[in-house]
Design a protein around this ligand. Structure first.
Ligand SMILES: [Zn+2]
Ligand SMILES: [Zn+2]
Length: 159
């Protein structure tokens, strides 16, 4: 493990960079799991983000290029929302969908690579059968609170 000159703000002992056990957080239909998330850990097991920008960089990654790779439908209507297939434009099924997990390897700054899993419902097009999330926009809104729950579960705090 990489030794660092960082000291723990809570107990003033030296911290080292360590991969954490898997942790997850959920918000609505989205579940985010971090596997081997790198964090600074002191001998008293206080945990801190690897860098100050780390949570923001992770969110950018998840809500940006990770979620953008998912097949996504289009939303229409303000009061009564409808979701349409990105391939043929037909309506997507209105049920709960089928839960699916997508995983992404993430390398940020100089830190060791870790894995992010996104578990979310896929909805089938009623016409062509293509499976997709109902709306990218909606998933991106769920990402920050879901990730905040996961960070909290990992014992990571902003300070
Ligand atoms: Zn400490
Ligand atoms: Zn379709």
């Amino acid at each position: 493990m990489t030794a660092t000159s960082m000291t723990c703000k809570q107990c003033k002992t030296g911290m080292s960079l360590q991969p954490l056990d898997p942790v997850c957080g959920e918000q609505g239909v989205l579940k985010v799991t971090f596997i081997q998330l790198p964090a600074l850990v002191c001998p008293n097991m206080h945990r801190h983000f690897a860098t100050q920008e780390f949570p923001v960089l992770v969110l950018d990654h998840v809500a940006g290029k990770d979620m953008e790779t998912l097949p996504a439908g289009k939303k229409s209507g303000l009061l009564f929302k409808h979701y349409h297939c990105s391939a043929c434009g037909a309506e997507l099924d209105k049920g709960d969908g089928r839960e699916e997990t997508f995983d992404f390897d993430v390398t940020l700054e100089e830190l060791p690579t870790f894995r992010i899993e996104l578990t979310l419902p896929l909805h089938k097009c009623t016409s062509c059968g293509k499976e997709q999330i109902r709306s990218l926009d909606e998933m991106q809104k769920l990402a920050p609170p879901a990730m905040a729950h996961a960070f909290k579960a990992a014992g990571l705090h902003p300070e």
